[in-house]
Design a protein around this ligand. Sequence first.
Ligand code: XMP
Length: 515
Amino acid sequence: MNTAKEKVLILDFGSQYNQLIARRVREIGIYSKIKPFSMTLAEIKTFNPMAVILSGGPSSVYEANSPKIDKGVFELGIPILGICYGAQLMAHTLGGTVVPADNLANREYGRTETCFDTDSSLFRNISTKSITWMSHGDSVEKIPEGFTAIAHSDGCPFAGFENREKRFYAVQFHPEVNHTEKGTEILKTFLVDIAGASANWSMANYLQTSIDSIRAEVKDGKALLALSGGVDSSVAAALMSRAIGENLTCVFVDHGLLRKDEGDQVEQIFSNYPVNFIRINAQRHFLDKLNGVTDPERKRKIIGEEFIRVFEAEAKKIGKVDYLVQGTIYPDVIESGLGSNAAVIKSHHNVGGLPDYVDFKKIIEPLRYLFKDEVRQLGRELGLPEYLVSRQPFPGPGLAIRIIGDITEEKLSILREADWIFRCEIEKAEVPDASQYFAVLTDTRSVGVMGDGRTYEYTLALRCVSTSDFMTATFTRIPYDILEKVSHRIVNEVPHINRVVYDITAKPPATVEWE
Ligand code: XMP
């Protein structure tokens, strides 16, 4: 169910980039739905799309069992754009020919300079030459009757072709990926200029559509959500609460390893929502379990297991629920294998394994198709405070893996204060490109002098990295005067720290976190 009037149908032929197509269409301001290529003509008519996009995919059209669509789709009178495999399928279905890679020396993979016919309706808004992202073995050898070639590259004479009268368009490259320089403009031309979309669909509409479909699914069922206080689970909680109100129970396990004031902030936000909010103060429990543990992997394991145990105990009190809600977002889905319908849980997240312990019928993942920045946008739309939606990544095991060596209450409080000062100063100074920044309490002690006395206290490390994907990162070039101010404040304001160092290692070879 959805409330959007203008709908684009993306037929899925198995490309790894399909969700990117959906994302681009959303960015342009139009509602879209990805459906399997096997959707019947009758179902397509009922869906009533204003345009259809045929996605890419790994198959070859001339293989007997390759995915095909009903030819009737081309008789619906709506604009159709074929991308990569979709382009070849359009050519093949309408009487052109596609040849396998073996017959051509011109397979293309990666960035490819492409020439465009700017008199064509599809490329009228871009310049004659730019880079596209190609990823194909097969090629269109002959375009169907009624079509005109409108783009080419060195290896691909039909990088684009159109039947302007019927509003059928095909591109061999992938306009949805960032490497295609004018990709978004091309999709926009197709959807707005050619298909006539008014493109006024927004995150507010997305929110309403999500609420409608959650309500349609859950009805008056009961749902349970493990709230960590991070962006994803908080946005999922706020969304579910908007949809089903008190039929949602949020269980927030406070393991005592959060940053300064975070536990109270989570409680304060969600106790104002119309949900059943349960905070479990398990700080002591976790500290006891971690007592004397110094090995990073053991710390992670203990925290993961105890989290499940504490959550399980609470879930048992609640009894049977119909749905378990998870804040899985699209990058998690990719990491766990594309297209899988299996329950997906971040592999290194501390709620791994949860579903085994809770009595529920089904998992709901309301953010499953959103990218991180879209989740943040949705959170803003839901009225969550900015400090929560723009929160940087924070590991499930929390401060336990930012205290080197054994964890004590005293060390936690030292680290919280120092980390708070560092984060405040970086934010105040608006240091550019600071993607994630935090303090680490090392287990090194060194000699210092304060007043007239000798000190022998902890060394604190500061970590600040610049990265877009957290897979690789460089240390951020924080100006010295800011580092100086941070160091000065920490040593003066936080007892038991007498030395501050800045971590200048990239990832790889180091990781972002110290443990
Ligand atoms: P590393 O240390 O692997 O961190 O370079 C990369 C990113 O992942 C975050 N991180 C975690 N996130 N659970 C999480 O949810 C974890 O156990 C965990 N460990 C690391 C880290 O903060 C960084 O953003």
